[in-house]
Design a protein around this ligand. Structure first.
Ligand SMILES: Cc1cc2nc3c(=O)[nH]c(=O)nc-3n(C[C@H](O)[C@H](O)[C@H](O)COP(=O)(O)OP(=O)(O)OC[C@H]3O[C@@H](n4cnc5c(N)ncnc54)[C@H](O)[C@@H]3O)c2cc1C
Length: 206
């Protein structure tokens, strides 16, 4: 069963011999595989709570760039950490510049929203899903020119015996973890020739 993400499949990983049917590779390339990255900043203390704010939506200085979501982990009891979620074109600031520059990009926007300079973060982490060859992006979507049928086609077997699962192989919950999981159940049923499978721990799984 092949469960590699759409982004890696489009990049030719893993390779198939004989190659995948052209209608399948055409569908893979009609579909989109978006970008979604994060910048997490840890601080000594949750200074933003004193200022009376928590989660935020930040609008970058470039109005062409999508807004960032800022999750206040302190609000969930997880400590003085802000996690900034960047999408689509805005992810270039995270992916293709130094970590220091990515942190500055976010902290400048946070300082503007805060109305005062920020304390220096004590730690910062950035993701790089789009540059990871085993992820090659975030998740599938249906751009103009593609349809849900393209997703469903990617969930069909090749040659009657090579099975495919993953969030991009079904149209009901594309882009979500539960879509990936149900596609795995779908393929387990196909493989076992049963109408249902039972999920749970194996008897000797401690
Ligand atoms: C930043 C971010 C936030 C998200 N937030 C949410 C959320 O809040 N809720 C939600 O439901 N979903 C969320 N998602 C989406 C969710 O994570 C995905 O839909 C889900 O993980 C897809 O599962 P998958 O098994 O299809 O692919 P993946 O989880 O990507 O698993 C694919 C696996 O294949 C491996 N692989 C790749 N290439 C090869 C190869 N050539 N050979 C062998 N192995 C390979 C990879 O290493 C990986 O382990 C988010 C995604 C991102 C990026």
């Amino acid at each position: 069963m092949v469960t590699a993400p759409l982004g890696t499949l489009r990049n030719g990983l893993p390779s198939f011999d004989p190659p995948l049917p052209p209608e399948r590779t055409d569908a893979m390339h009609r579909l989109g595989f978006g970008r979604y990255e994060k910048v997490a900043l840890a601080f000594d203390r949750p200074f933003w709570r004193d200022a009376g704010w928590s989660h935020l939506v930040l609008f970058p200085p470039d109005p062409a760039e999508p807004a960032l979501w800022v999750f206040d982990l302190d609000a969930f009891g997880a400590g003085p950490v802000l996690v900034c979620h960047a999408f689509h074109s805005a992810t270039g600031h995270v992916l293709w510049s130094s970590r220091q520059a990515a942190v500055r990009w976010v902290t400048d926007m946070l300082a503007a929203a805060h109305g005062a300079p920020l304390p220096d973060p004590v730690a910062a982490v950035t993701t790089g899903w789009a540059d990871d060859p085993y992820a090659a992006g975030a998740y599938a979507h249906v751009p103009p020119g593609a349809t849900n049928a393209d997703l469903d086609l990617l969930g069909s077997p090749v040659g009657g015996r090579v099975l495919f699962a993953g969030e991009h192989t079904q149209s009901a919950r594309v882009g979500y973890a539960d879509g990936a999981m149900t596609s795995g159940i779908r393929e387990a049923r196909r493989l076992l020739g049963t109408t249902a499978v039972t999920l749970g721990r194996l008897p000797d799984d401690r």
